[in-house]
Design a protein around this ligand. Structure first.
Ligand SMILES: Nc1ncnc2c1ncn2[C@@H]1O[C@H](COP(=O)(O)OP(=O)(O)OP(=O)(O)O)[C@@H](O)[C@H]1O
Ligand SMILES: [Mg+2]
Length: 266
């Protein structure tokens, strides 16, 4: 069995600007893999190439052994994607949103209702099935988006900052479900985050991107050791490998995002 993700010299240029600069790495089957890096490091751009939304300028990537450049349609069948921005329709109920996505993902008509029910059960959203999604909390919306992405039973889930802007309880709840997803279905999980503690607690391995390059990859423990500082935290490793202070302005960014979320669903 091939790795769930194989990336070789993957590159994305926008005009003269190189957003992703010849990165190479692999993710093993069943692994939970965290993608860290400052704003603009190239995390979302990498994810978009892996899920076939952006065409690489150079290099290769395969998901579940399928080349993203030559067989994008086949790749889409085996992946689920939770984007950085909102991907639910606030004017529809939870049930309606999921049914819509089941159609989009080409779940056979005869199986749709049962799949949607399964997802609602799995996420503990049964009681809210008939509520408009615009009445949901940020955590419930995120769960809905994860639900949408798993309707067609993908082998790997890509989540771009799945917990940004969520309160600690909602974040924990989202992670509880993601871990359960791997345990029950063996789904591999590739996610980006700005939360160090989340990468440390959930991920088997961590990659840190900086200015389009892969600065380092390994377990959180290995990254800490590589800083050469006894007692280093993952945050210390992040700063060491990116030369970046973790933004104290991060709160502003989250608030702005949370507001945008409300506005879009309002
Ligand atoms: N379509 C585009 N056209 C031009 N430049 C782009 C485009 N998409 C992304 N970029 C640039 O590529 C760089 C990497 O962006 P990307 O969204 O991948 O970063 P990121 O690591 O996901 O950052 P964040 O943590 O803020 O989400 C940024 O400088 C961004 O401005
Ligand atoms: Mg991003």
């Amino acid at each position: 069995m091939p790795n769930i993700i194989d990336v070789t010299n993957l590159t994305k240029r926008f005009g003269d600007f190189t957003a992703v600069d010849s990165i190479s790495f692999s993710v093993e089957r069943g692994e939970i893999f965290a993608f860290l890096g400052p704003n603009g490091a190239g995390k979302s751009t990498t994810i978009k190439m892996l899920i076939t939304l952006l065409k690489p300028t150079g290099g290769h990537a395969s998901v579940d052994g399928i080349d993203v450049g030559t067989h994008p349609g086949d790749v889409r069948n085996v992946i689920g994607y939770v984007p950085q921005s909102i991907s639910v329709d606030g004017t529809l109920t939870a049930y309606e949103n999921l049914m819509l996505m089941a159609r989009l993902y080409e779940v056979p008509r005869s199986e749709r209702k049962q799949r949607v029910q399964e997802v609602l059960d799995f996420l503990n959203l049964q009681e809210h099935a008939k509520s408009l999604v615009r009445t949901f909390s940020g955590g419930m919306i995120r769960k809905m988006e994860i639900g949408q992405a798993m309707l067609h039973r993908p082998r790997v889930l890509f989540l771009d900052e799945p917990t940004t802007g969520l309160d600690p309880v909602a974040r924990q709840n989202v992670w509880q479900h993601l871990l359960e997803l791997r345990k029950s279905f063996g789904v591999s999980i590739f996610f980006s985050t700005h939360y160090m503690e989340e990468a440390e607690s959930a991920a088997d391995r961590v990659a840190i991107m900086n200015q389009g390059k892969l600065a380092v990859i390994g377990t959180a423990g290995e990254l800490k050791v590589k800083t050469g500082k006894p007692g280093a935290s993952l945050e210390d490793a992040f700063i060491y490998f990116t030369g970046n202070q973790l933004e104290t302005a991060g709160n502003f960014r989250e608030i702005r995002r949370a507001r945008r979320t409300e506005g879009r669903l309002g």
